[in-house]
Every structure is written in C-alpha cells, then in structure tokens.
Design a protein around this ligand. Sequence first.
Ligand code: PLP
Length: 387
Amino acid sequence: MTRIYLDYAATTPTDPEVVKAMLPYFNETFGNPSSIYSYGQETKGAIAEARSKVAGLINARDEEIVFTSGGSEADNSAIKGVAFANKSKGDHIITSSIEHHAVIEPCKFLERQGYKVTYLPVDEYGLVDPDSVRKAITDNTILISIMHGNNEIGTIEPIAEIGKIARDAGVYFHTDAVQTVGHIPTDVNELGVDLLSMSAHKLYGPKGVGALYIRKGTKLFPLIHGGDQEKGRRASTENVPGIVGLGKAVELAQQGMTEEAERLSFLRDKLITGLQERIDHSRLNGHPVNRLPNNVNVSIEYIEGESMVLNLDLEGICCSTGSACTSSSLEPSHVLLAIHLSHELAHGSLRFTLGKWNTEEDIETVLNTLPGIINRLRAMSPLAKKS
Ligand SMILES: *Cc1c(COP(=O)(O)O)cnc(C)c1O
C-alpha cells in the first residue's frame, strides 16, 4: 500500500538534495570547525555559508544567527535567555494561550522562579488581539513572545502590528516562526521582531538542528555554557552536517516559496471544501483566511480524533489529532480549548498538514476515504445515537 503523508507540521522528510549536501560532512569533511588546520577551516567555511543562507531568508545579518539543536532550544534560549539577562529591568513576560509547548513550558518554569507571565486569550479563530498586547504591557515587562503561525490550527498572527507595539514600548519581541520560515515570507524587519525561532525538520531539513535569530544589541544569557562557539552564545562543537542541511533546506525553500505556497493553498482549500461538503456536523478550526498554506484542522462531532487517525492509518493515510505533541496525552489540546471548543469537539479534531510531495490525487483519496470511516464510527458511537 502506498502511504499518503499528511502530517508535515509534525515533521517533514528530509529533501534528498539536503541529504546529498550533508553527506560529505560526516566522514570526508569532518573536521572540528575550531581546529586551525585545513579540515577545520573547511567545516568552518561550510557553517559560515549556511549562516548566510539562513540570514538571507529572514533578512537578518549573518552574525545575528545562532545555530541550536532545534526549535525547542531556540524558544527556550530566547525566553529564559532574555528573562535571566534582564531580571534587573523587570520580571514580566507576555505570551499567548496558544503557543507551542516549547514556549509555554519555559514560561511556566520562569513563573516557578518568581517571574510573572500573562497568557493572552485569543478569539474564536485563534487570533491574538494586538490591542490586548498593548494593554498587558507594564513597566516590568521585559519580553513579548507570540508565535507567527500556529502549528495546530494554522492561524497566522498579526506579528508586524504587535512588533510595532513592542518597539514603541521598548520591550523585546520574540516569535516562534517554526511553522512559517521557508513557507511564507518571514522578514525580521517587516515583522519587527528581536528574536525568531526556526527548526530545520519543519522545512525539509534534518531533525535536531535549528536557529535563533537575535537582533544586534539584544541582551540575553546563553543556556549552554562551555566553549566559545557561536561567539559565546551557544557552547558545543557545531552540528556541521545538520547546519549544512539547514542551509541547503533554506536555499531550496527560498527558490520556489511563492509557487509552492499557492499550490498548497489550492490543495488545502480543496480539502476544506470537500470535507465540508461530504461530512455533516463538522467545522473548520483556525482562521479561514489568515492561515498557513498547508493547514487543515477540522472538528467532527460525535467521534474521537484518535479513532479516525487509526482508521485512516489502516487505509495508508497519516494525519494527526490536534497536535503531535499532545497526542500521547488524554487532555485535549490547549489550543483547541483556547478557541473555546468544547472538550468533545476538541477530542474529535483532525489535523491534515500538506507538503511538497502531496498531490491533488492524495486529497481526493482522503475525501473518498474519510466519510466512510466517519459513518462507521458514528454508527458505533453512543454520542451520535443520542443526537
Ligand atoms: C515543531 C515545533 C517546535 C519545536 O521544534 P523542534 O525542532 O522539534 O524542537 C516549536 N514550535 C513550533 C511552532 C513547532 O511547530
């Protein structure tokens, strides 16, 4: 059975061209970039080249990019790094209630250390109101962290507007752009951000590598102390193959970004419309327009998301309930609860996230397969019988 992968927001396969670019750095050009002989200089050069590519994609300067072990480390470094370095200025952080766990958990950790965190609510589409950010700022606010594109419901936040508010207030502004970098334009100056997180494995690069953009002049402490790699901002011998892979992935993403976003939006809308036509008692989650080009999130009444995912898997279709990060726990997604879904609807949600290797045929297969599964599950569901 050929499988149809529709979970690109959880992770993407590494592009074969990326793998090819990485391979020599495992055992041919394997030197430690800190070594002064030629092996080392070659890998040092490769890192510099990757750094330029990453900086170019987001309109940053090369020296403003720090490579990390992924999106989670970038988020942690931004939030804890700013909090620790600016403690004398204040102890208040503003974020939203729909952030990724890699942002929420460091914020909760800081609360246990005595910091104060405001978790802003969102509207029914998952949008943060920029005015609510403005109102939440106090003299003690040192950081605002609002994600660019939501990984579960696909809503794109008004980052540029919030960026202006943060700039006017003189407060550092971080955005988790893991779902947007390489997929839609993410220009740090247009967005007005001081810190931005990205991850290679969400844009056809390898897992275990990412980057944090740190605007020149931003004060933050490193999380990992040790050698003076990354200009003292992140110790540890560089993940050279991973960094080269991230650079290649960024280069490929940049080449056809607009066309690919248009192609995916077309497939996304075909799936959304098709599901609405063929499945009654279902609703689209997330913003209808300000939406990631590849995200479809629907709630289907009277059934469990888990049952749908397992039944789709038997038919060779891979998608997820709510979010991959929460699918091992029984609690419904905090994002779906934040947009005021009932626990029942939140439990009955499915996320399809599309990517490079999806075709129109894949979408048709889903549209031809899912209604049958839903009918069978509803026939067995005590919830459906009550209705
Ligand atoms: C995947 C993801 C992360 C975590 O990135 P890792 O590289 O897996 O650590 C953070 N934020 C968002 C929005 C994500 O989708």
